[in-house]
Design a protein around this ligand. Sequence first.
Ligand code: NFE
Length: 503
Amino acid sequence: MKIDLGPVTRLEGHLNVETTISNNVVEDARCVGDMFRGFEIILRGRDPLDAQQITQRICGVCPYAHAIASSYAQESAYHLKVPANGRILHNLIQGANHLYDYLLHFYQLSALDFVDITAVLHYKGADHDLVKVKEWVKAEMASGKPYPAAPFLPRLSGRYVDDAEVNIGALKHYLEAMELQKKANRASAIFGGKFPHATAIFPGGCTQNAEIDLIVSYQSLIVEVRDFIHRKYIPDLVAVAGAFPEYWEIGRSKGDFMSFGLLPLEPGPDSRRLFAPGILADGKVAPVDFSAITEEVKYARYSSPSGLHIRDGELVPEPGKASAYSWVKAPRYNGRMVEVGAAARVLVDYHQGNNEQVKKLVDHFAGVANITPDMLNSVLGRHLSRAICAAVIADFVLAECERIEPGKPCGAEIMIPAGGEGYGATEASRGALLHYIRLQDHKIEKYECVVPTTWNCSPRDDKGNPGALESALIGTRVENPEEQIESVRIVHSFDPCLACAVH
Ligand code: NFE
């Protein structure tokens, strides 16, 4: 039986997942990215300083990650001397954006896969917001509309949390989380400019200076976000995990893990990072080598040659290509499939013992859930990894504020050379993000982006091997093949963003 799950994300749509079900098991899964964009073509021949602006428009959720990756690539191509404050402001902007994104993902994009929203209909308390939601859901359901109470309903059939206190608490925090996301975005905007288009992020730092009053405003917003992470987000996640322990085993991808490392501790591309970079394969971590990355297109709608290194990457669309089923390319590392994202970020760091706080949190929650760290490769593992990242990043950006030297430069002197090239690698919330720039006559000759969801939602590679999400779906047992709440929970745990993936 063939079933399409699309549209399957609550964010940046266009992802379809085609499944083939046999005896209630997902026998095959194909990730289908159904649109073409072409940012790499748009950038050709432009002023290089357009790049960190234009690439932000790849996505309305992770624009800052693109601006930062682009800035790093340009810093390297221009051999910029980045001042300490420049590095810190980049970190403050990007760190706050991660915090926004983790709250968005857990509450708005995933929680309703587990939490029973209809519990609000039996709510007897006096909380003003919850009473309002209860009345609104009741009125919607009585309205005769074809889809009442969206985005809460309709929903897939399956088991949901049955503890009323957990359900009502999560709903309350669903509403509060939107306020906290605003605060995280406001914190980024203090130095970067209004979300989702940060005009102040530049190679080498920021056009906004770091004044004491701005630093204090940033800190006060992040303190509130950090408080929410510890008092509400993590407890809600632990409650959901307690109700669905089988999801520590469901949704395991079958490849390696890769992280480019997040939030440098010193200026420069080789600095140690808060989360360390690396490739985790067979329990061992190796350094990342960008020259090992290729993009395969046998099953993607491009006529350009397959398996090109990103320095030589090409983008020639072929909408009618017979063998293809997606506009997403298939990036591979030394020909191997990798998963990227929060679980990769945490596992790659944990296995190197880079960050003590990461190690402590992983060991603590593994103990609470009675799992081994490698079980972060699962639906719940991806959710827990985001929460761990959130706790670590919130502490880090607050500590970074103390290291700013007000009055000192926050940006570099930029001289664009006639030629040169540079890579810029970071971790967007959804995983490893790489930008590559090459200059000719002071203009962009070539620009390539290799993006987290391109890795995770890739179609088959030239050898026919599935991408990370496809591999995590294949073999999954589903109660109701027509609806497949189990598959949808797996897809959501990767938090796919197709706008980014096709870019
Ligand atoms: Ni459009 Fe993005 C993140 C990037 S995902 S959300 O995070 O880069 O491919």
